[in-house]
Ligand binder design. Structure first.
Ligand SMILES: [Zn+2]
Ligand SMILES: [Zn+2]
Length: 163
C-alpha cells in the first residue's frame, strides 16, 4: 500500500489514516500462514510528520524445540517521524519516495523483521524432541531416558565397594 502524503505535508494540523493487512515475509520462516493487520495515522504537527500505528500479527508458529505448529499472536506499536528528505542520515525517520508517496508495505515488512521474536516456543517448558529417537517428549517419555552407565564409573564403583 502506497500512501500519498503530499497534501498532508502541505496542510498543518491534518491527519491521514491507513488500515491494511500484509502477509508475512518469507524471511520470517518460523511463521506459517501469517498475516499482519496494520492500522495507524500520519499526522502533520506544525510541519513535522509523525506516523503512529499498531500492528497485530497472527500466524502458525514453528516451535524452535519440538518443531510442532501452534497458534501464535504478537502485537507492537510503531511510532516514527516521516520526511521527504533529510540533511543528515537518521535511521529513526521513514523517508517517502521522490514523488511524495509512503511505501507502507515496505516500511512494515521491515518493522516485522525487527519486532517479531525469532525463537518461538509452543510453550515455555516445551520438552523438545529426544535427541536419540526423535520422539516429542511433550507427549510422554521415551525409552531412551535411562542413562547408560559409563564403564569407567563401573570400575570405580567396584573398587569402592570392595574397599
Ligand atoms: Zn515445542
Ligand atoms: Zn528417545
Amino acid at each position: 500500500m502506497r500512501l500519498d502524503i503530499q497534501e498532508l505535508q502541505a496542510n498543518d494540523g491534518t491527519t491521514l489514516g491507513f488500515d491494511f493487512s500484509l502477509p508475512l515475509d518469507k524471511a520470517l520462516a518460523d511463521y506459517v500462514d501469517g498475516t499482519a493487520s496494520v492500522k495507524g495515522t500520519v499526522a502533520n504537527h506544525g510541519g513535522f510528520l509523525l506516523l503512529e500505528s499498531g500492528v497485530s500479527v497472527s500466524a502458525k508458529g514453528v516451535c524452535a524445540r519440538c518443531g510442532e505448529l501452534f497458534d501464535t499472536s504478537h502485537s507492537f506499536t510503531v511510532s516514527r517521524p516521516v520526511a521527504r528528505e533529510l540533511n543528515e542520515e537518521n535511521d529513526e525517520y521513514i523517508l517517502t519516495d521522490e514523488d511524495g508517496f509512503l511505501d507502507l508495505e515496505g516500511v512494515f515488512s521491515e518493522e516485522l523483521l525487527l519486532e517479531l521474536p525469532t525463537k518461538l516456543l509452543c510453550r515455555e517448558d516445551c520438552k523438545g524432541l529426544c535427541p536419540k529417537c526423535g520422539k516429542n517428549l511433550n507427549r510422554g517419555a521415551c525409552g531412551c531416558s535411562q542413562k547408560e552407565i559409563d564403564p569407567r564409573l563401573e570400575v570405580l564403583k567396584a573398587l569402592l565397594n570392595n574397599g
